[in-house]
Design a protein around this ligand. Structure first.
Ligand SMILES: [Zn+2]
Length: 169
């Protein structure tokens, strides 16, 4: 499998390197539990560059379509993947801890032995956790549509309670 590759991450940035290519979905073994089937291909690009503050980052871009399993009805759910993320490279554990305190920064420890496919797989998994369900009107699961209504009823409740409070003042 020629797509597996390992980089020296800080060297990769220093040389302003870029690697891009295609990955068969079937190769992303950690994704399999999310998938309806492993058809398809993703394109990726990894670029080493300095951000606005002169800090080394890896920019990861991934595009393509995955056939996910809908978490409601377990049917096939096409998911268009459009990931672009900048990973700041921390030079040591102290730097990593410092950056980790900032929620807006995605930071990883620099390494001279970094498996880029693992990073790509991580980013895809992060992207998937946001939503993997059909829209309500397209989903074949009835029971979960009902439980959504329950959720709506619950979320209405605090406002109803507030309104009631206001009336008493
Ligand atoms: Zn569904």
């Amino acid at each position: 499998m020629s797509v597996r590759f390992v980089i020296d991450s800080l060297d990769f940035v220093r040389n302003e390197s870029e690697r891009h290519g295609k990955i068969h979905v079937a190769e992303l073994t950690r994704l399999h539990s999310y998938l309806f089937d492993d058809d398809g291909e993703l394109t990726y690009a990894v670029t080493g560059l300095l951000n606005g503050n002169g800090k080394p980052i890896l920019r990861i871009v991934i595009n393509g379509t995955l056939n996910l399993c809908c978490q409601r009805c377990l049917g096939k759910l096409e998911h268009a993947l459009g990931v672009q993320t900048d990973l700041l490279l921390a030079k040591n554990e102290n730097e990593l801890r410092l950056y980790d305190e900032d929620d807006k920064i995605d930071c990883i420890l620099a390494s001279n032995n970094m498996n880029v496919m693992t990073l790509i797989e991580d980013e895809i998994i992060l992207n998937l956790s946001i939503s993997s369900r059909h829209p309500k009107d397209k989903c074949s699961s009835e029971s979960l549509n009902n439980s959504n209504q329950t959720t709506n009823a619950l979320s209405d409740h605090p406002f109803a309670a507030l309104a009631a409070l206001k009336k008493t003042h």
